[in-house]
Structure formats: structure tokens, C-alpha cells
Design a protein around this ligand. Structure first.
Ligand code: GLC
Length: 452
């Protein structure tokens, strides 16, 4: 009979992905990316590789005042961004009430416009028509820089009447309904695009934007000639950002060989069953829940000396941020681990339990970092650039103590050594990114008009 420790290890070993497995993940992902870019096979691709119509990148010569909306997680932000010799930002952040996240779509857009109105009143610009960049971080088919149809909601949103509709139009309709403000939507972007753009403002080698937060996704700069799903009229553009939407990788079952029973349970219990399979193994929306499920399994099998408090049986009680807190504790030290255990209702916290919890967190977060690394390596090997900077944002990447380090090591293992890379933390890409894209588009138009 295997000891308790051996039995726990056998469960945790399912989270270990060796390099052969990660190479396989990478080649499967490449196959999906190629399908996504092809006009013929896009319909069967899980990774849709949406063209973003972002072809102008900020070069530091942008000026003016812009508005930005940022919707994509449980918080919503409205910002004003003033670009002169430097960039000044002001604005408000709101948490989105559950009834708005899951209610009728027009209520969501009325809520957004209401927040915008308040900001314009605060900055005394309610009467002006300001250019606006809209970051909307969900999978959308874009038709131009200012038109995008939501394919389906992700990350817990379920507003009715939005899937299959043009989101910019829904925003404009809500503005009309309000009748109090006037804005011009200049750019619609995904948070990955915003992240790439803000980092590219500082580092011209930045050609990939990555988010590891509530969700997980990346975009990159592609040669326009390789994107076969474009609307006509962009033939003269050399490069364009492509939003991979790789969170949906595995939705056809191609990753089932590595999914654990915990991943499958999480999917079954989610509001978007069968969707975002890759994202559900990585992102902050699910990471804590995976850890919780493993702990419950240990408990049910009687592998942990102390019975777990009931709180841990509640879905969502183990927050993803706890994973980062716990892993901050150094070798053999447990102050943060203990404080998490207290929050969960443990009265006593012997070091043995602390160590078990830490090991579960480490396995789950390392697997996430390895899967993201395999996906980033796929892009680097595909792009074949001697040097690439990857702009990164998102709570998991930002707050986990070793996520960056694990990624640096694993990307290097999985990428051809000819292609050097650097990870760069973005400064609020999803907030200011849309304004940057809008500003670059305005500048380019001004330059063209001047030439004519
Ligand atoms: C989800 C969304 C995607 C977004 C990502 C990160 O995967 O579908 O559009 O970029 O989350 O926020």
C-alpha cells in the first residue's frame, strides 16, 4: 500500500509536463494557428487568429486627448489620456456587479456609458466630442478598426443579446440612448493588442502581447500577406496585429491527453462548458479552483492528517491570489501560507499541512507557466525573428513570485536558440493601449492628409 505522501505525489505528478509533452503542445498549437490564418480552414480552427486591423503603431509623435474604456475582467475602467511630451492618465475604476455581468446586454452598455458620463463631468468635458479607444477583451471577429462582433463571452460574463452583435454599435446605441455625451470611437482593441502597443511605444522590438490574468491570450505582429481572412482594402499594409485567442486551444479535444480530472470538472462546472480549454488550465479565473479541488481530493482520500474545514468545500473559496501569496514563503517558512489557512477556517496550521498546500500550489502554477511558455515559444519559432520583446500583463504574471522566471527558463528550452527574447512587464496596457492605438491611427491619418 502506497504511503499518503506517495499517493499525493501520484495525483500531483499529473500536473508535471515534460519537454516532450510541451513540444507536442507547441506543434498542435502551430497547426491550429495555421488553420486560423487560412481562409479555407479557419472555420475548423479552434485558435481563430483574428485580424485586428491595427496596422499603425505609436512612434512617440502622437499628441492629443483621448478617452479609453477597458472592459475585460471583473473591473471596468474609464480613462482620459493626454499625450503631449509625456502621457498623463486620469480616470475611474468600477467593479462590475454580478447582475450586470449576467444581465441583459443593453444594461451593461448603459452602465459603461454612465461611467463615461461621470468622468466627462469630472474633467469638465461633457460638451466635447473626444476620440475614444475601446478595449474589450473577449473573442471578437473584427471587420475594421471600429467594428467587431462578439463571438462568445468568456471569463464569467453572460450578458444576453451581445453575442453575434457589433459591440461598437452597441456602445454607440447606448451613447445615443443617454443623449448626454458624444464621442467618436476610433479604435476597438483586445487587451493583448493594448499590451503589445504600449510596450512597443518603449521598445520597438516588442512584437508579441501576452495576458496571463483572469484570462490568457496573446497577439503578435504578422505579415499581412500571411493573413488570408482579411477584409479587402488592407493589401497595401505590410504588418498587422493578429489576436490569436489561444484560450480556445484544445476545444476540439486535442489537449485531452494532458488534462487532469480536475480540469475536466472545472470545465463542467463553468458557464462556458467545452470552451476555453487551454485558458482553464492557466488563468487566474481557474487556478485557485484547481488547487482547491486537489485539496478536497486529498482530504476525501484521507491523505491529509487534519480534516479540512468545510469552507474549502465551497466552490471559489480558494482564490487564485492565494497561490501567489503562498508561494512567496521561502523554503521551510510558512507565514503567508498560515494566514491563508486561517482565512479558510483552519484553527491549527501544522507545518506538514502548510508544506502540502505549498506543493499543490507550486505544481498547479508551474504547469500554467509551462503551458504559456510552450505557446509563447510557438510564436517565437513561427516568427523567426532574431530578437523579440514580449509585452506581458495580467494578475497571475504580475503577482506570482516566480511566474516570470519559470517562463524565461521554459521558453528558452522550447525555442530555437537563434531567436532571442525578452519579457517586458506592461504598464497598464489594457487601459492606455486602446488610446495609444487610437492616437497612432489619428497621427497616421494626419500624416497622410498632409501628404495629399
Ligand atoms: C480571454 C478573452 C481574450 C482576452 C483574454 C485575456 O481569453 O477571450 O479576448 O484577451 O481573456 O484577458
Amino acid at each position: 500500500m502506497a504511503s499518503e505522501l506517495e499517493q499525493m505525489d501520484a495525483i500531483l505528478d499529473k500536473f508535471v509536463l515534460d519537454d516532450d509533452t510541451l513540444f507536442k503542445v507547441s506543434s498542435l498549437l502551430l497547426q491550429q494557428m495555421e488553420r486560423g490564418l487560412s481562409a479555407e480552414h479557419n472555420s475548423i480552427a479552434t485558435v481563430k487568429m483574428f485580424p485586428t486591423y491595427v496596422t499603425s503603431f505609436p512612434n512617440g509623435k502622437e499628441t492629443g486627448r483621448f478617452l479609453a474604456l477597458d472592459l475585460g475582467g471583473s473591473n471596468f475602467r474609464v480613462l482620459t489620456i493626454e499625450m503631449q511630451t509625456d502621457v498623463k492618465i486620469a480616470g475611474n475604476i468600477y467593479s462590475i456587479p454580478e447582475e450586470i455581468m449576467k444581465g441583459p446586454g443593453n444594461k451593461l452598455f448603459d452602465f459603461i456609458v454612465n461611467c463615461l458620463e461621470k468622468l466627462l463631468l469630472d474633467v469638465d468635458q461633457i460638451k466635447d466630442t473626444l476620440p475614444l479607444g475601446f478595449t474589450f477583451s473577449f473573442p471578437c471577429v473584427q471587420h475594421s478598426l471600429t467594428s467587431a462582433t462578439l463571438v462568445f463571452w468568456t471569463k464569467g460574463f453572460e450578458c444576453s443579446g451581445v453575442e453575434g452583435r457589433d459591440v461598437v454599435q452597441l456602445l454607440n446605441d447606448a451613447i445615443q440612448r443617454s443623449g448626454k455625451i458624444s464621442v467618436e470611437v476610433i479604435a476597438f482593441v483586445n487587451d493583448t493588442t493594448g499590451t503589445l502597443t504600449t510596450c512597443a511605444y518603449k521598445d520597438e522590438n516588442c512584437k508579441v502581447g501576452l495576458i496571463v490574468g483572469t484570462g490568457c491570450n496573446a497577439c503578435y505582429v504578422e505579415d499581412t500577406k500571411n493573413i488570408h481572412t482579411l477584409q479587402p482594402g488592407y493589401e497595401d499594409r505590410e504588418k498587422m496585429i493578429v489576436n490569436t485567442e489561444w484560450g480556445a486551444f484544445g476545444d476540439d479535444g486535442c489537449l485531452d491527453f494532458l488534462r487532469t480530472k480536475f480540469d475536466k470538472e472545472i470545465d463542467k462546472e463553468s458557464c462556458n462548458k467545452g470552451k476555453q480549454v487551454f485558458e482553464k488550465m492557466i488563468s487566474g479565473m481557474y487556478m485557485g479552483e484547481i488547487v482547491r479541488k486537489v485539496l478536497v481530493e486529498f482530504d476525501e482520500k484521507g491523505l491529509i492528517p487534519q480534516r479540512l474545514p468545510n469552507r474549502i468545500r465551497e466552490q471559489g473559496s480558494f482564490k487564485s491570489k492565494y497561490v501567489s501569496h503562498i508561494e512567496e514563503d521561502g523554503e521551510g517558512l510558512y507565514p503567508k501560507t498560515k494566514s491563508v489557512l486561517w482565512k479558510l477556517g483552519f484553527i491549527e496550521t501544522p507545518e506538514e499541512e502548510c508544506e502540502i498546500l505549498k506543493r499543490v500550489c507550486r505544481r498547479v502554477s508551474t504547469r500554467a507557466a509551462h503551458l504559456v511558455s510552450a505557446a509563447v515559444a510557438t510564436l517565437l519559432n513561427k516568427m523567426q525573428r532574431p530578437e523579440t520583446t514580449i509585452g506581458v500583463d495580467g494578475s497571475v504574471y504580475r503577482y506570482h513570485p516566480f511566474f516570470k522566471q519559470i517562463m524565461e527558463e521554459k521558453i528558452a528550452d522550447l525555442t530555437d536558440p537563434k531567436y532571442k527574447f525578452k519579457l517586458m512587464l506592461s504598464e497598464d496596457g489594457s487601459g492606455r493601449g486602446a488610446a495609444f492605438v487610437a492616437a497612432a491611427a489619428v497621427r497616421e491619418k494626419r500624416e497622410k492628409d498632409r501628404k495629399l
